[in-house]
Design a binder for this molecule. Sequence first.
Ligand code: 13P
Length: 340
Amino acid sequence: MDKQLLSKTAAAMVAKGKGILAADESSGTCETRFKSVGVECTEESRRTYRGLLFTTPGIEQFLSGVILFDETLRQKTSDGVPFADYLARKGILPGIKVDKGAHDLALAPGEKVTEGLDGLAQRLSEYFKLGARFAKWRAVITIGEGIPTHACLYANAHALARYSALCQQASIVPIIEPEVLLNGSHTIERCEEVTEATLRATYAALAAHNVAVEHVILKSSMVVSGKEASRQAGVDEVAERTLRVLKRTVPAAQPGVVFLSGGQSDVSATAHLNAMAATKGLPWPLTFSYSRALQNPALGTWKGQSGNVAAAQRAFHHRAQMNALASQGKWKHELEKQAA
Ligand code: 13P
């Protein structure tokens, strides 16, 4: 375990004015996204699309890292440079999604546990050789009647802790992503309660497994109203409730917190981050680690056509720039209008 490298990597992941692109969609998720814009999902079309994102001119100003899928870590640019090397040369850290997805949790209807611990030590050592310097593991917590249960929170927290310990042992910084889903008609109060319970369980498990929080990055969902809730909380309320939960649960020793977008609209994800990052006196830097909220406009512009690549890259550049500003509390709605 190279603690110096872990510290250096963690600090670089949350460098001021930058954030992380999540481009680690599994082939199944990619298929759904590509279908929505009429593109056939093949190994080559996935390579072409990811290449479009990574080779966007100037994108390194806004990105500290990119989370890759196993397939992508083994793919190359059109000029034959492995994506991991290409990104590293641009000063962008390559990361790797290592979980094997959320599966039904036995005896717990409607709940999931993330699998992928078997053989993980070996996979991590290969990923390090391929250039990955950080990893991601996503746990999924669903809010519903009587759920999440204690069993679900603790099974997922335990897996996150075991994964984190294996990562640190391999000199790879773990991103822990316990995502409280926004699907459902629950209130924002309920989301706050569940997010707090989730994070409490997660950090208790990290401590029990001797994980150093100095070398962990939290990827959190925001505290928002359920998607189908009758009352939708505004930006300030989302920021206030999310920060309250984080301050209660996340150790100050942690190098930073990044957020997922979770199905929020592109501009909402930016506005929420901006409101939180503008808050003075927080113990950790905050930034983005979005997939959909960074990629949606680019994917919709590209549509699989080579003639659309430059326009798609401009769309991606714009969202990355808006979120980089938001991570410093410097974003304004007017900046969106100027670009339109
Ligand atoms: P979204 O920003 O689309 O929620 O994706 C983030 C992510 O990495 C999910 O694991």
